[in-house]
Design a protein around this ligand. Structure first.
Ligand SMILES: Cc1ncc(C[n+]2csc(CCOP(=O)(O)OP(=O)(O)O)c2C)c(N)n1
Ligand SMILES: [Mg+2]
Length: 622
């Protein structure tokens, strides 16, 4: 069969399936694209001529398309994703941030940036960046460090090995992330004789590998010798659908669980072993037990600084680690006993080995008590009745009350992710979707769109700050166009407030974080000249993009607005302003943000002293 390279690739992508536990799914749910000269005729023709093969979605910003694909992939537990096609030059490089986000979060996305002519005949083509020192370089080489697999398709026949390698990496649970196939615009249009097998249905089997016996035995020895063991549940628990296995292990052994951002939802919030969020944005329940733990079992976590509180969370004398991870890279961290394997399969093995063993009753009771005490703190923060502007924690409470257990909350950057991590009562393993591997402003609306495409049966609540909204609101239009139902809660605090409070804590008065008019030549800071508000109306902006807008001035109005949104079919934006100074406190934790060693500012010198003091709790775990 004679096909162009682009036609062959589109047919191949449409025929890819994955199977795990006997359940088979199509791997690609569609293809996002923004056309330019680098893809309009090649991939564009392939998508247009065969419209049933792969659903085409029109994007507004290439970065946002990749966010949508990542959101989709996460919602599908990495067993599905979307393709993203772009033109060359700016359209292509706009995807770099999205690629990094996908790779950091280990989420499969397939990127097809257009590339300059392989023939080099018309060089320099519009938007080509030439290098005097290297003829084979294009801007797409910037994808290499942020991709788990990169290839450039120089000849049409090369589609075959490139596409197969791309799939190998995308479905590999340890390797997955962004895969980039840079596609020169002339090669896309060139024909070759395509082997029939290449475009036939292909099923990729996703295994559940288990650790070797010796490693398991070492882990069991450590766990059964521990007095105060603690589990840290990461995203791997959810991706491998290990939540039931985890719950069974906790019921039997009484080991308490702290959750990372990606792992939140591993246990229902009201399970007696559930300590909730751990680390910098953790609960006092998790952070107190972490400080005294003698053994920490990390499951599917990469041990980011937010989880380890910059290596101050686990302070027990001689504390040891056991790491269950499908990726050897993460399993080896913190000098842990590495259990390289699938979370669910490994937890099931561990449970067999631990049969009859449990933590002592006092420890189990302490965990259950702390879990209840934490929930009382959540209830307090949900109903502060703060005024005149409400507190952000009350907004979270209102959304949590409005959402059904299986609905999904989506967020990524600002003060909201930390507050959600602490306060969101998660009742379903897929109910909490906070992108915190890259914590990328602008992910929210686009990621929420991807979540909705992946799980149309669930209601999706996107919480977005004013700063994030301004960075990437365009996919609102895509959601309107696709007639998708999204409820977006736009939380306005007139600026980059999370960084503002960080800045204030470092003696810097929130410099550069308020959205205010310049005054006397400088931008206003907190606590001094507060300056004048900007005449910005983001709700009106959302209205102009086709969303139904509800303006809420109080928490009661927010609650009413959320009820009203339930009856809507399309995109609803509920806008509310919150008090930027009424933040949720930090609970017995610390984050390492470097403070200048010398400064003319007294406030910074004081912050430096506090910084040096705090660093004394840092451990090396080597
Ligand atoms: C793309 C990107 N740029 C910069 C940052 C650093 N950053 C983290 S939060 C934040 C402010 C976010 O503002 P907003 O969305 O209004 O949320 P708020 O902090 O006010 O809660 C910034 C600038 C980031 N996370 N992502
Ligand atoms: Mg803000």
């Amino acid at each position: 069969m004679r096909l162009t390279a682009a036609q062959a690739l589109v047919r191949f992508l449409a025929a890819q399936y994955v199977e795990r536990d006997g359940v088979e799914h199509r791997f690609f749910g569609g293809c996002f694209g923004i056309f330019g000269h680098g893809n309009v005729a090649g991939i564009g023709e392939a998508l247009y001529a065969d419209r049933d093969a792969l659903t085409y979605y029109q994007g507004r910003n290439e970065q946002a398309m990749v966010h949508a694909a990542a959101g989709y992939a996460r919602m599908r537990n990495r067993l599905g994703t979307l393709v993203c096609t772009t033109s060359i030059g700016p359209g292509a490089t706009n995807m770099v941030t999205g690629a990094a986000l996908a790779t950091v979060n280990r989420l499969p996305v397939l990127l097809l940036p257009g590339d300059v002519f392989a023939s080099r005949a018309p060089d320099p083509v519009l938007q080509q960046l030439e290098s005097p020192a290297a003829g084979d370089l294009s801007v797409n080489d910037v994808f290499r460090p942020v991709s788990r697999y990169f290839d450039r398709i120089w000849r049409p026949e090369q589609v075959v090995p490139a596409a197969l390698q791309a799939m190998r990496v995308l479905v590999n649970q340890a390797e997955t992330g962004a895969v980039t196939l840079a596609f020169p615009q002339d090669v896309q249009t060139e024909a070759f004789e395509v082997p029939d097998d290449f475009v036939a249905k292909r099923v990729w089997h996703v295994p559940r590998p288990v650790p070797d016996q010796a490693s398991l035995a070492r882990a069991v020895e450590l766990i059964t010798a521990a007095q105060r063991p603690l589990i840290v549940a990461g995203g791997g628990v959810i991706y491998s659908e290990a939540t039931e296995a985890l719950k069974a292990l906790c019921d039997e052994t009484g080991v308490p669980v702290g959750e990372t951002q990606a792992g939140k939802g591993s246990l229902p919030y009201d399970h007696p072993s559930a300590l909730g969020a751990i680390g910098v944005t953790g609960t006092f329940a998790a952070n107190r037990l972490a400080a005294e733990a003698d053994l920490v079992v990390g499951i599917g976590t990469r041990w980011s600084d937010f989880t380890t509180a910059s290596k101050t969370a686990f302070r027990g004398e001689g504390v040891r680690f056991v790491n269950i991870n499908v990726a050897d890279f993460d399993a080896q961290k913190h000098a842990g006993v590495a259990l390289v394997g699938d979370a669910r399969a490994t937890l099931e093995r561990l449970r067999e080995h631990l049969a009859g063993w449990s933590v002592d009753d006092d420890y189990r009771a302490q965990a259950a008590r702390l879990s209840r005490e934490w929930d009382a703190e959540v209830a307090r923060l949900y109903s502060l009745d703060h005024g005149p502007l409400p507190a952000q924690s009350e907004v979270i409470g209102a959304v949590n009350d409005a959402a059904a257990p299986t609905d999904v909350v989506v967020c990524a950057a600002g003060a909201m992710p930390g507050d959600l991590h602490k306060l969101w009562r998660t009742r379903d393993p897929k109910g909490y979707h906070v992108e915190y591997g890259y914590s990328c402003m602008g992910y929210e609306i686009a990621g929420g769109l991807g979540v909705k495409l992946a799980a149309p049966e669930r209601e999706v609540y996107v919480l977005v700050g004013d700063g994030s909204y301004l960075m990437l609101p365009g996919e609102l239009v895509t959601a309107v166009q696709e007639r998708l139902k999204l409820t977006i809660v736009l939380v306005d605090n007139r600026g980059y407030n999370s960084i503002g409070s960080l800045s204030r804590s470092l003696g810097l008065d929130g410099f550069g974080t308020l959205f205010r008019y310049r005054q006397n030549g400088v931008l206003p800071v907190d606590g001094h000249d507060t300056g004048e508000d900007l005449p910005v109306d983001l709700a009106a902006n959302a209205d102009s993009l086709g969303a139904k807008v509800i303006r809420a001035g109080t928490i009661d109005e927010l609650r009413a607005g959320l009820e009203q949104a339930k009856a809507e079919q399309g995109v609803t934006v509920v806008a509310i302003e919150v008090d930027r100074y009424e933040g949720v406190p930090s609970y017995e934790s610390w984050w390492d943000v470097a403070v200048p060693e010398v400064s003319e500012l007294e406030s910074v010198r004081e912050a430096r002293e506090r910084y040096q003091e705090a660093r004394r709790d840092e451990r090396s775990h080597v």
